[in-house]
Design a protein around this ligand. Structure first.
Ligand code: ADP
Ligand code: MG
Length: 385
């Protein structure tokens, strides 16, 4: 799959632009193993880079023009490098344009224009960060071709800056960090307060475990409003507790929070405090006992999002419960909530039973057909050819 997409990116570049690219660079999507709604509270997250990639075939031009195409869309977008701004007309090209703009800004190199063609097998909108995969594939390519000299942490910042300033999405740095820093069968433990990261052995492959993605295909219309109100509750909770972010609190502060906050705000705060602790516990458990022992933490994360943060929906609960009944060590919803995907950690030999059971259960309940596939933890962004 990967080899053929590399060749396809190069061939489609040549068909579109009439000459061969200088190279093809890739970057993976990511899944967040644990640490949900902790990032904007300055807390901990623990994602890993997955074995699904976006490929960018690229060559520099002698002039200032940037042209980008993708198998995802028939439209070729172009803009002079020094005229990149936030503009609805950019559409999906805001991601590659934004990264070019951000790398030029952060490195202060006077890069030339370039032609770029994108291929990808990262599903869009399944919570696997197809957006960071584009940013990071184009980012590592331009960093090399322009001799911009940015390290991976700064490249992650460039991706975030592109998304914040040129795409116009107020996202954090988790996705880009995972896509750039990932390693085979390792996760990226990230502290969102100081952006320090550690690559941690997952041991899934050695233990014969896989992570199933169960995309419920549910997209609720109140997802945006629900996300905004959860963020607001976290900010209100931190302010009432007299701290700059919920990261400053831990489980010993829960009794005081219970006395001080209204019941809803208290439960929002409790989710964030306990979720941060679960990320730390997951990292420690992996080191001390291995991946077979982290299932209870994943499931506790789900219960906390369902009951305290109240962002789950029937489809996600059904996916999680069915996976648990059929041999998953742990399962939980991921992402913003009100739809999207659940993950389930399970031995390889139980994967097909779990998948078939979830599909049957969804059908019995009259839910839309979910999309289910296994992912493994793979290496981060790199040059392919
Ligand atoms: P995700 O969770 O997948 O990152 P986002 O909404 O953040 O969801 O990003 C998805 C957007 O990224 C798409 O709407 C599109 O604009 C862009 N995108 C993702 N993959 C591709 C691709 N292969 N080619 C072009 N644009 C893409
Ligand atoms: Mg995204």
């Amino acid at each position: 799959m990967t080899d053929s997409l590399i060749r396809k990116a190069a061939a489609d570049f040549e068909a579109k632009f009439g000459y061969a690219p200088t190279g093809v660079w890739s970057a993976p999507g990511r899944v967040n193993l644990i640490g949900e709604h902790t990032d904007y509270n300055q807390g901990y997250v623990f994602p890993f880079a997955i074995n699904r990639h976006t490929f960018a075939a690229i060559a520099l031009r002698e002039d200032n023009l940037v042209r980008v195409g993708s198998s995802f869309s028939p439209t070729l977008h172009e803009v002079p490098l020094d005229s990149i701004t936030r503009d609805d007309k950019n559409d999906w090209a805001a991601y590659p344009f934004g990264v070019a703009w951000a790398i030029a800004k952060l490195s202060e190199v006077a890069g030339s224009g370039f032609d770029c063609y994108i291929e990808s097998d990262v599903p869009v909108g399944a919570g696997l960060s197809s957006s960071a995969a584009i940013e990071c594939a184009v980012g590592v390519a331009l960093n090399e071709l322009w001799n911009a000299g940015l390290d991976k942490k700064t490249l992650a910042k460039a991706g975030q800056l592109a998304e914040n300033e040129i795409v116009g999405a107020p996202t954090g740095i988790m996705d880009q960090s995972a896509s750039l820093l990932g390693e085979a069968d390792h996760g990226v433990f990230l502290d969102c307060r100081n952006l320090e990261s550690q690559v941690i052995d997952l041991g899934f492959a050695k233990a014969g475990l896989e992570l199933l993605i169960i995309d419920t295909k549910v997209a609720h219309r109140h997802a945006d409003g629900g996300y905004a109100s959860r963020r607001a509750a976290c900010e209100a909770g931190a302010a009432a507790m007299g701290v700059s972010s919920l990261r400053e609190l831990n489980e010993s502060n829960l009794p005081k929070a219970h006395d001080l906050l209204d019941n809803t705000t208290f439960r929002r705060v409790r989710h964030v405090i306990t979720e941060n602790q679960r990320v730390l516990d997951t990292v420690r458990t992996l080191r001390e006992q291995g991946p077979g022992a982290i299932g209870a933490l994943l499931y506790a994360s789900h219960e906390s999002m369902r009951d305290d943060f109240e962002i789950s929906v029937d489809e996600l609960d059904t996916a999680v419960e069915t996976a648990m009944r059929h041999g998953a060590f742990g399962a939980r919803m991921t992402g913003g909530g009100f739809g999207g995907a659940a993950i389930a950690l399970a031995p390889t030999e139980r994967i097909s039973e779990i998948s078939l059971s979830v599909i049957a259960e969804f059908e019995a309940l009259g839910f839309a057909k979910p999309e289910i596939f296994a992912v493994s933890a793979g290496p981060g962004a790199r040059r392919e050819i």
